[in-house]
Design a protein around this ligand. Structure first.
Ligand code: GUN
Length: 265
């Protein structure tokens, strides 16, 4: 399943009103996946009339002190800002949580995350927000058994809370989880963000299951792919498994969710 139509419909609604806002994106390094995300985010911002300042640093151009300063300045100047993750190892990723709630378009701030735990946030990290939009467009979530294979704060952990609030029964799996296939077999919905090209094939899933492939990987030929092998798409379709493709799947919805959050600032 591609998410192009779902994303286009949301963008069409958002385009009805010009969004006269400026945002700032901070990128450190030159990762291919980050370049791709950022390019798509800027393109969508341009479509909506949102001004974007991209602060792109080489890895050795920035340290924790400078990153802290940039985030502090954005809070002070009331400039909505997000820092593209992952950051290079020498930088402290927890700094991204210091963005004020009112400037938090990416849903990474401490207040946003605390509000999600408390069950009353109107902001969310954009990937879980996009996944929720996809799931709600294809199924009734009440009572569903969901397996999330990822425990990062901006995918698995927050999504687990959001889906729990939608009356799902959620299992969070990770690299130390035992008997993963048993857990897959028992789930109605599987959300995978393992980050390994061709990790799954059609034999891992059964008819009626919904599989959301969150990962953006690059295969041996440098082509973009998810955790599910592209060669298996046809078999999965034949089997009756509903799954999101990569590209044009969750990544599209992550950027679309960011646009919704900028509009709602
Ligand atoms: N890296 C992967 N997804 C995201 C996202 O939604 N926001 C940011 N800032 N970095 C990411």
């Amino acid at each position: 399943m591609k998410c192009t139509e779902l994303s286009n419909n949301i963008m069409k609604e958002l385009k009805k009103e010009k969004i006269l806002k400026k945002i700032c994106i901070v990128q450190v390094g030159d990762r291919e996946d980050s370049n791709r995300y950022i390019k798509n985010k800027i393109r969508k911002c341009n479509e909506l009339g949102i001004e974007v300042e991209l602060k792109k640093f080489k890895e050795d151009e920035i340290d924790n002190l400078k990153l802290r300063e940039i985030i502090g300045m954005a809070n002070l100047m009331r400039l909505p800002l997000f820092v593209q993750l992952p950051l290079p190892e020498h930088l402290d990723e927890t700094l991204v949580h210091n963005i004020d709630y009112s400037m938090d378009i990416d849903g990474f701030g401490y207040e946003t995350l605390g509000r999600i735990v408390a069950g009353h946030s109107n902001k969310y990290p954009c990937t879980p927000k996009g996944i929720l939009t996809i799931l709600e467009s294809i199924t009734d979530l009440e009572g569903k058994d969901v397996l999330i294979i990822n425990r990062s704060f901006h995918i698995g952990k927050t999504l687990a809370l959001m889906l729990t609030d939608k009356d799902c029964t959620v299992t969070v799996a990770h690299s130390k989880t035992k008997n993963l296939q048993d857990k897959i077999d028992n789930a109605d919905i599987i959300i995978t963000a393992i980050g390994k090209a061709n990790y799954f094939n059609a034999d891992n899933f059964k008819k009626g299951q919904i599989v959301i492939d969150v990962s953006i990987n690059f295969d041996d030929d440098g082509k973009i792919c998810g955790d599910i092998s592209k060669n298996e798409y046809e078999k999965l379709n034949k089997k009756g498994v509903l799954f999101t493709e990569v590209p044009n799947g969750v990544g599209l919805m992550t950027t679309t969710s960011l646009m919704e959050q900028i509009k709602n600032l």
